[in-house]
Design a protein around this ligand. Sequence first.
Ligand code: ATR
Length: 287
Amino acid sequence: MKKAFLLGRGISNSLSPAIQNAAFRKLRINAAYELEDLNRRSFASFFSSLSISDTIGFNVTSPFKEEIMSYLTAIDPRSKSIGAVNTVKIIDNQIGGMMGFNTDYDGIFAALRRLGCLRESAKQKSAVVLGAGGASRASIYVLLNNGYSNLTILNRTVSKARVLSKRFESLFPKSEIEIAPLTEAKFAKSIENCGLIINTISKSNSRYFPLKKLDLSRIASKTAVFDLGYKEESTFLKTARRSGLKTIDGLLMLVTQAAKSFEIWTGRKAPFDLMMATAKSVLQHSV
Ligand code: ATR
């Protein structure tokens, strides 16, 4: 039996094993998806003990989506531009090659399309992105690739936001990317006139999340809000929904990125509806 893995830190409650194993079973693929909960040191040693010939590939999540890139033999061009990889395919069992992909892109694209945020528009489109990690990189790339030209990145660590603004302004010379610390005042100011807010900080219900009170008083009523969290509705998303804004959580993104990863590993069409139903059922039973 072949193995697939999720590499990440603090991932014991991940839905990915249930989603992927349901798909493997449905298509009668002799493979099992397992969690590898790693820290920085064990992440490095994971690869020295990995049996390439027994592995079809793996997913990579927080905080390793950027670090993984230095272990790979090839990276597809889009993922290279994004600067983050969440899916790795074993490409050649003899040589042991590993190729990186970014299927977060597909997930984010699906969520924004469902929100109606990717329709053609003559106006310059603007968005605010919270966070500056791997998921933020993919979000920014989807936005700049789809007609958004004015972005603001708010992050607890401003230097990380600066790295992203420089990178993406040079990749998309017509774009303007502002950065600011993730504070309530900066949030309230930056959401004026923006059409979309994406919260990539998935643990935004943590008591350490700096935006305790969300001031949405200056927001335009047409602004849409996408929160990548999917376990329970975040306070962030609830506040936006109760203010009458169009919202979407991270479930569609989660299942879309999982389905794309499955297709990259197996070359088969993913049973998307089954994967979605499995994710919903696990979520229902974990409440
Ligand atoms: P992912 O791949 O999901 O984007 P990541 O690369 O580890 O995960 O990035 C996590 C993001 O969440 C970062 O922007 C991080 O902020 P820092 O750059 O300041 O570390 C943000 N984050 C995590 N916990 C946070 C918290 N309690 N409050 C605010 N931001 C937080």
